[in-house]
Design a protein around this ligand. Sequence first.
Ligand SMILES: [Zn+2]
Length: 112
Amino acid sequence: MDEHLAATLTTAVHERVDYLDHLAADEPSRAALAETEITRLTSAWRVLLELHAPDGHGRCPHCSTWRRPRRPCTVWTTAHQHLNCADGSPAHRAGRHASAAGRSTVAVLGAS
Ligand SMILES: [Zn+2]
């Protein structure tokens, strides 16, 4: 992707997110948002999560590198923080016993 296209896409996406935030703050607009935008946002999340789906070893093909093969996938950790944690704050540091402690297995994907 060239620099100009990247800048255009970045600006367009930021403007859209700002617009949705603006609508979400407007009480009468919320029902319309729920009908249209939630499906679009969940579809976008599904595409991102599929692109970052862990391989047979639990590693993300995009976020794991030969230098850091066990690096957690930033897309999955961000999704978990914002979709599963009520306040969107960073989840507890995932450990190898995270699922045994009752946390989602998503939190342990790619964790060392
Ligand atoms: Zn990833």
